[in-house]
Ligand binder design. Structure first.
Ligand SMILES: *[C@@H]1O[C@H](CO)[C@@H](O)[C@H](O)[C@H]1NC(C)=O
Ligand SMILES: *[C@@H]1O[C@H](CO)[C@@H](O)[C@H](O)[C@H]1NC(C)=O
Length: 434
């Protein structure tokens, strides 16, 4: 039996390899369309969600791990490859279209180091190192990405990304079975920034990850629900290189931990949620106190995750424990993020409930609390760089949301969404029966 520790990823770049940033005040982007991509994967046991992205001419499909914690998109690449991990598709074969060393995009991935180019024709090399000790070395190239607008039209955009020919994975870890990483951070190298520059979509990204597995990802603001979203301003003062929400106070149920000022970052590249050692300790002690007398006991024999609890008989699903655990609440200045038991517990193969909030100190995350996929399940999470805010709302991620009613007839344009996707995406079937 394997340890699921092998399937934990926390993709946050270690360095700050890009410049900030753009505010809504720079060049308004008038694009109003959105593109949507199907997502596959789950928190447990797979450990990650990937989007299917079509790249090249003619387009080929690649599975890319969705990572809002880093900027650079890269594909395992036959440049030739020095070290690549097993992947679902053939290695990407680069064309001759290289990003030059002098290109501002190249400068941005090297920031804040000074970046020198010997000759104008020199290529742009990159190295990205992630918080989990994985890394990719390669060269920046350009190729055509085919994205499907929600009206069904396919738009091709020439985007820069990494051709990664040397990937390192920590020895303790089984690498995700993907072709690369889809970097959706807020830096200039991000495809989000590039799509905005090209006028394709606004710099808004959203994901809806289903607890049953799968879901969807979108760029642009057309799929942002017009009501019910809780918005929190992005923090511009701290840890600017990440999607940061500023600081929060930690509660379990109605009770405060008395811990305030906990900096919170959203990172879809992380399977689980990580708290700082202090917050983790406080949470564990509150949970332990809270479940006293509820007939759940520590299950040290279950190594699925560091802390597991067993009941008098094995739990079959999260619904068996939903009433035993209180919601965790992160309270921001003007909003709160509620994590119900399903957003912080998994049911292991052994039928125990295991805590999906881990001790960040153990993996070198000292000062930030990273909210990962487990806590994003069955919610739409929206990172709006145009308005510098992050939003969330509960959702059924097995179908696309009703889009804003732009034609004023009171009905969402279901026909418009339904037709092009019924066959292609496989996520609209339930919606289309309406
Ligand atoms: C779909 O939307 C795109 C972007 O707004 C537009 O260029 C295209 O013409 C639209 N296609 C159809 C069939 O309406
Ligand atoms: C969290 O990790 C740190 C560093 O490994 C360790 O010192 C601390 O005891 C851990 N906290 C808990 C509650 O396990």
């Amino acid at each position: 039996m394997h340890s699921t520790k092998n399937f934990i990823f926390y993709l946050l770049p270690l360095f700050a390899p890009f410049q900030l940033c753009y505010s809504a005040a720079n060049q308004p982007n008038t694009a109003t369309s959105s593109v949507v991509l199907p997502v596959t994967g789950n928190v447990y046991p797979t450990g990650y969600y990937h989007a299917t992205v079509n790249i090249g001419n003619p387009p080929k499909s690649y599975f890319l791990d969705i990572d809002t914690g880093s900027d650079l998109t890269w594909l395992q690449c036959d440049a030739p490859c020095i070290k690549c991990t097993p992947a679902p598709h053939k290695l990407y074969k680069p064309k001759k279209d290289l990003v030059a060393c002098m290109d501002p995009l190249c400068t941005s991935i090297h920031y804040p180091e000074t970046h020198q180019c010997q000759s104008p024709k020199e290529q742009c090399d990159y190295t990205v190192q992630y918080a989990d000790d994985g890394s990719s070395i390669g060269v920046l190239v350009k190729d055509s990405f085919s994205f499907q607008y929600i009206n069904g039209t396919v738009a091709k955009s020439l985007l820069a990304f990494g051709c990664g020919y040397n990937q390192e994975v920590p020895a303790s870890m089984v690498p995700p079975y993907t072709d690369g990483i889809l970097g959706l951070g807020l830096g200039k190298a991000s495809i989000l920034y590039q799509l905005r520059e090209l006028g394709v979509t606004r710099s808004v990204v959203g994901h809806c990850l289903s607890a049953q597995g799968g879901g969807y990802l979108f760029f642009g603001d057309e799929l942002v629900p017009s009501s019910g979203v809780v918005w929190t301003p992005m923090s511009t003062t701290e840890i600017e290189k990440h999607y940061s929400l500023g600081s929060a106070e930690l509660f379990l149920g109605g009770k405060t931990s008395r811990l305030k000022g906990l900096p919170i970052v959203f990172d879809s590249g992380s399977t689980y949620t990580y708290f700082t050692a202090e917050a983790y300790k406080a949470l564990l002690s509150m949970l332990t106190n809270d479940i006293k007398g509820k007939k759940v006991y520590i299950a040290n024999e279950d190594k699925s995750l560091p802390v597991c609890w067993k009941g008098s008989k094995p739990f079959k699903s999260i619904y068996d424990v939903k009433n035993l655990f209180e919601p965790i609440i992160l309270k921001f200045k003007k909003s709160k993020l509620q994590l119900d038991p399903e957003a912080y517990l998994i049911i292991s193969e052994n039928g125990n409930a295991c805590l999906g909030i881990l001790n960040g100190s153990e993996v070198g995350l000292e000062n930030i609390n990273v909210i990962g996929d487990i806590s994003f399940q069955d919610k739409i999470i929206i990172y709006d760089n145009e308005k510098q805010q992050i939003g969330w709302t509960p959702a059924n991620c097995n179908r696309l949301p009703n889009i804003n009613d732009d034609d004023g007839d009171g009905d969402p344009d279901s026909a418009r969404l339904c037709k092009p996707y019924g066959s292609n995406l496989g996520i609209l079937q339930p919606y289309c029966t309406a």
